[in-house]
Design a protein around this ligand. Sequence first.
Ligand code: FUC
Length: 797
Amino acid sequence: MKLQYTKPAKEWTEALPIGNGRLGAMIFGAVEQERIELNEDTLWSGGPKDWNNPEALASLPEVRRLLDEGRYREADLACKNMMGPYTQSYLPFGTLRLSFEHGSVAAAYERELCLEEALARVQFVVGAVRYTREMISSFPDQVMAIRLTCSEPGMLSFTAKLDSKLRVRTFVDGDKWVMRGTAPEHVDPSYYRENLRPIRYGETEEGGAMTFEGRLAATVEGGWLQLDHDGLHVRGATCATLYFSAATSFNGFDCEPGKQGRLAGERAEASLAAAMQFTYQELRERHVKDYRSLYERVSIRLGNRVSPEDMPTDARIMTYGANDPDLAALLFQYGRYLMIASSRPGTQPANLQGIWNQDTRPPWSSNFTLNINTEMNYWPAETCNLAECHEPLINFIGRLAVTGRRTAQVNYGAAGWTAHHNSDIWAQSAPVGAYGHGDPVWALWPMAGAWLCQHLWEHYAFGQDEGYLRDAAYPIMKEAAKFCLDWLIENEDSYLVTKPSTSPEHKFRTEDGLAGVCTAATMDLALIWDLFTNCCEAAELLEQDAEFKRELSDARNRLLPLRIGRYGQLQEWSEDFEDQDVHHRHVSHLFGVFPGRQLHGTDTPELFDAARTSLERRGDGGTGWSLGWKICLWARFHDGNRALGLISNLLRLVKEDEIEFTGAGVYANLFDAHPPFQIDGNFAAAAGIAEMLLQSERNVLHLLPALPDAWSCGSISGLRARGGYTVSMEWEAGMLASATISSVQGGTCRVLAQTSLRVEDASGAAVACNEREGVLTFLMQPGQTYRLVPRQEISSS
Ligand code: FUC
């Protein structure tokens, strides 16, 4: 499981990412001039502010009246009064540059990222000397470390230094080389070009902006080390270790990062000094042990590798794509790797680019985009056995519930909390759009609370921790539901609808042109159904709020029913409007199929079929994340070959010099290409592959629900399922060959496979079997592992 290349990276999307959830680096691996782009996940522009807009509440009656009169385009315009400011931007920290004295002429060049140990390596030979660089970003020790070695004594000489695109100064502090900087107080999104100064710094360093500090130190063997204003110089050494630490003054979403900030320098120095107590070997061992405790929970084999073992990863993508099942397995594990590298307890959630960004005005501000992208980032967290990595998102939702309460009150006069299309480290909760610059088709979407709360519930559904549900999740879910209760209004037929409403980013055709705002887009209804259902189940489990639960379930039953349109499709809007673009990248109206659970082949067969027709009409194209969503959807429709087709579309090599937005795929470093780079597609691909192999809605573990023909033999271990289960499977000739299931708390387990099964307990005794394929039910003891074998296998062996 590794990414490998025979050349240094030229473009950022060829460089290799490492990260510990907070400190990220992109390593280029050039022979003479190494370039390492650095990130720290709290380095954002801006600070907390008031983004709510009382004009929103004042405009609401007018918007609703226009919608009642079918004047959609005018309603769009009126919604422009309901916006707030754009979010702030995630910023690049700086660059670590290493200039070597051995020149650029090298042979036997290799560059790789090892997913099993989370290590990046560069090696080559200059003359007769073999040089190696190995780099880690350590979670236990909160530093990055680079080990540099050469095969002949005294042949290693280089200078290391830091610089940045932000306002910084650099200096020597004892045996450390320091870069101290200030972030801008404001950065406009790259698509907003109205301001004379899109990037604004305060006048003094003591202003309101965030400060940050990076510290660099080294130990050398067999040579000497010197620091001066020009960098940290290593001369005539045999080995050296570079230690890098970084911190910002960020002190919480509700604190001024300047005046009320933490001391970035002290924090960076503390982790650097602590890490320097360890040799590189010790740091590496501690790092690998920590990383493996997460990574090794899941292993995967999707058939045999068909590409040559030594083929560079970019050539492999180009030549084989998804025809190499082992490349799909690599994409799956890469998704898990990126999650461990970008989201760990105590860090910020993974943003549009995870934690890796080199631009001061990154695409879409590299923010938290809540109408699909942020949620998608966390689709693999539970199924792929990385529940701890879900924590940053779960905590972030808690912060949005605080800021979003005020937004609900000020903008809508509603109870509970709400958030919209975009957010940032300050937990911005209001509609963005620069008070009218934006388009309501994306800005005016008060449904982020409802969607995010699904993550609170799923974390419980998989982990079964009732204390967490009671104390952390349910109170926030309940407040999001209260907002929805207030936001829903009765229509003339006594159904509950949302108004104004949008189907994120997708417009419909009206007699006088395209419009975005309508009454009761399907996604609103589906999200509210999901939230109310989860709240009802939580209240029941916790034996709380009987009255509130009744209110929610009454409201849920009165939601405007979903409809089937003239093409047999699941309508995207409550009216059967024509699409702006039948191939539009968003498939919001299919939320109830995935990641939701409202629509299902058994309980709602007509709507489920209509949803399939909608997906069919959308086609198999789209941005990277759109392909990712479609993998998951086709998995839920139990069409493994179609899901693999989408994986194949994603495993197309995108080169940086191609014109933007021509096509989705992956870059040379396997980063998802929207394009541009956006990490959500990586996470959705991992989630989608898991979904093809195991599903667990409606209290049934469905084994191999969407296995494509091309993955006829394979295995997976350690997937998690709702209900607290962990599942491992092997299959041959497209059929389940064996499986094991364990559960922490035991209880009744229901399993569905395409074959009749026999279940054995740990001692090998049969506890259940079934005659035909169908749901098999058996009782599990807590903590015990059960083995499932197909019955044909038993009779033939
Ligand atoms: C949504 C999507 C875009 C992009 C952006 C970050 O607005 O519609 O495709 O992913 O988020």
